[in-house]
Design a protein around this ligand. Structure first.
Ligand SMILES: NC(=O)c1ccc[n+]([C@@H]2O[C@H](COP(=O)([O-])OP(=O)(O)OC[C@H]3O[C@@H](n4cnc5c(N)ncnc54)[C@H](OP(=O)(O)O)[C@@H]3O)[C@@H](O)[C@H]2O)c1
Length: 164
């Protein structure tokens, strides 16, 4: 499984859940995330500033693209026939026809609060199988600063707002 944007809020959790499920994980992110990605269990790391992941890798079963948009179609050539492309941000993806010709399933979903899923996740957090990495923390009253941090990009893990 290849995870693009692996250092971010969604990506770093996807890396850990994929490892938990037994996948061989290729993490794609900027170089500053390499040590964390290896620590979280990624089998291979690709710095997208040095190597184009979509051409460096072939025949993966699944690409989870957290960056998404129009550029996600470049990963179709990275996936084996009957494989899958999952988009965290599907807006702008316009290569459904090409995906169909290649036999690749493209899907997306919108996160919803689910007590049942959190109940399953809790033991994984308790026993350290999944770790939430914190990029930065702000009091709720400084939420604007949190947004400024988000706008800077290159986030590693989650931004947390603290209720006091
Ligand atoms: N469908 C849903 O329910 C759902 C839920 C949550 C989020 N989302 C969406 O998913 C996307 C990601 O959310 P997030 O919270 O993970 O964002 P984030 O924390 O900002 O993470 C994005 C990551 O992508 C990396 N990145 C930026 N450009 C890249 C590139 N060209 N190639 C590879 N990596 C790149 C960034 O760091 P580096 O550049 O340093 O590697 C960063 O770590 C957003 O569009 C968000 O709206 C969807």
């Amino acid at each position: 499984m290849l995870i693009n944007g692996a250092g971010g809020g969604v990506g770093h959790l996807a890396v850990q859940l994929a490892r938990w499920k037994g996948a061989r994980v290729i993490a794609v992110a900027s170089g500053k995330h390499e040590a964390l990605m290896r620590d979280l269990g990624a089998d291979q790391f690709i710095d997208y500033n040095k190597t184009s992941a979509d051409t460096a890798v072939h025949d993966v079963d699944l690409v989870f693209d957290t960056v998404g948009g129009t550029a996600a179609s470049r990963f179709l050539k990275t996936i084996r026939r009957a494989g899958a492309l999952f988009l965290a941000f599907p807006l702008g993806f316009d290569a459904q026809d090409e995906a169909e010709l290649l036999g690749i399933t493209v899907s997306s979903t919108q996160v919803r609060s689910s007590g049942a899923q959190l109940k399953k996740a809790a033991p994984l957090l308790d026993d350290g199988t999944v770790r939430v990495v914190i990029d930065s923390t702000y009091p709720l009253a400084s939420a604007a600063r949190a947004h400024e941090r988000a706008e800077q990009g290159s986030i590693q893990g989650k931004i947390v707002l603290v209720l006091e």
